[in-house]
Design a protein around this ligand. Structure first.
Ligand code: UD1
Length: 416
């Protein structure tokens, strides 16, 4: 197992490039199942979750090639089985359910278990697909889905679910008649998926709003598609500029999609400006605390909560963080406390009191975004931080230590 060893306290300066979005790429790669010929994607990040997805697509009968950020997927004779060995390493595997039912009317997908950040059920995915005519059984830990031709339906989600909206969207594009998704997720990654499906010939309206209308078509053709940039990686780099008191030009940064994060960072005293070359982030004066509550898009993203909490730890005054999307998403707190942070948790709320400087320590990453917050804290801390279990980080951040070292960080990867 690898760990990152970070010598902290160096202001980061220079320009840093954002990769393609993991959370947009995953559903879009699964959507290739829906096309009747090859699809070529660009700006696909070189990440563990992407390779897991390509492996799963191969097991489902697709030919997959990946090199230099380009993926080519050719659906062949499709098979219905997504095995536990892969689903247990990546919950997003459940996104093959909608496309498989739409294409072959059968799917046998391992039920994703609980994960570090909470129970994360898939009841909304199944309920919506049932409304479209699918039937499900649970068999030896697998969801067994069957259907004849899926039929359009009026689905209202109990809560805006990103994965649920994506699964239903993919099922609906090849269904018979019209599907209406209400209380749909509005995340930019859902819009990116819809844009890819539109490029392949799907008929979709309302993506980016909470009501999406889909008219089923009989076939989708393949189309080349470039994945959108990763707004969470971009947001993590903005925080890196702030927490180290540096100045970074974040290139390929989705500005509008990061609005809620940028407003909070400005509120804390960071200067963030859109320029033609990218987004310039700097920290000219001491940062001050703020309050935030995670919410579905366009609210503050839960995937940036841990990173901004790291920033709050070294800001002046108090901050309050309310996590309203996932339970157990404060796993980074005890590790930040080991670095000298002052944080108290009460239910879904964390109260942070800024300290003058964090101190390096050995810490353990528990999930993807928690790992990013520990790297950020390590960059700001006095002394050396050892971030263990960074396989979580490798699921979602492409070459993070290379990118950060190129703007002045001192990070090395070592074997445990
Ligand atoms: C996606 C993102 C993840 C992000 C999350 C919220 C991917 C691969 N992952 O996860 O990084 O943190 O959106 O922005 O894109 N829920 C149910 N029943 C369901 C589905 C969801 O109760 O059937 C609940 C979840 O437990 C959670 C909330 O709905 O409390 C939102 O979850 P959801 O939007 O589905 O998250 P994911 O798609 O799993």
């Amino acid at each position: 197992m690898d760990k990152l060893v970070i010598d902290g306290g160096i202001p980061l300066t220079g320009s840093i490039e954002v990769s393609g979005s993991k959370n947009a790429a995953l559903p879009i790669l699964f959507a290739a199942i829906l096309a009747s010929d090859s699809v070529t994607f660009s700006n696909v990040p070189d990440l563990r979750d992407i390779h897991t997805t390509l492996k799963l697509l191969q097991m489902l009968g697709c030919a997959c090639e990946y090199a230099d950020g380009k993926a080519c997927i050719t659906p062949g004779t499709l098979l219905p089985e997504a095995p536990y060995e892969l689903v247990s390493t990546m919950r997003a595997s459940v996104l093959c359910l909608g496309p498989l039912l739409a294409r072959i009317g059968r799917a046998r997908v391992a039920l994703p278990g609980g994960c570090a950040i909470g129970a994360r059920p898939v009841d909304q995915h199944l309920k919506g697909l049932e409304q479209m005519g699918a039937r499900f059984d649970l068999e030896e830990g697998y969801i067994l889905g069957r259907c004849r031709k899926l039929k359009g339906a009026h689905v209202t989600f109990d809560m805006p679910t990103v994965g649920g909206t994506e699964n239903l969207l993919m099922a609906a594009v090849l269904a018979e008649g019209e599907t209406i998704l209400e209380n749909a997720a509005r995340e930019p990654e859902v819009v990116d998926l819809a844009n890819f499906l539109l490029a392949c010939g799907a008929r979709i309206q309302g993506q980016g709003s909470s009501c999406i209308r889909i008219q089923g078509v009989s076939e989708l053709r393949g189309a080349p598609y470039a994945i959108m940039p990763d707004r969470i990686e971009a947001g993590t780099f903005l925080v890196a500029a702030g927490i180290t008191g540096g100045e970074l030009l974040v290139r390929n940064c989705p500005f509008k999609e990061l609005e809620a994060v940028i407003l909070k960072l400005r509120d804390m005293g960071m200067e963030i400006t859109a320029t033609p070359e990218g987004v310039l982030a700097r920290c000219a004066c001491p940062l001050r605390g703020t309050d935030l509550k995670t919410q579905p898009y366009p609210g503050f993203p839960t995937d940036m909560q841990a990173q901004v909490m790291a920033l709050m730890c070294s800001a002046q005054g108090a901050s309050v963080v309310e996590e309203s999307i996932f339970e157990n998403r404060f796993m980074h707190v005890q590790e930040l406390v080991r670095m000298g942070a002052q944080i108290k948790i009460s239910g879904h709320t964390a109260m942070v009191r800024g300290v003058s400087q964090l101190a390096g320590a050995p810490v353990m990453a528990s999930d993807l975004r928690a790992s990013a917050s520990l790297v950020l804290a390590g960059l700001a801390a006095r002394g050396t931080t050892h971030v263990r279990r960074i396989y979580h980080l490798d699921r979602g951040y492409e070459r993070i230590e290379n990118k950060l070292n190129a703007v002045g960080a001192r990070i090395r990867r070592e074997k445990e």
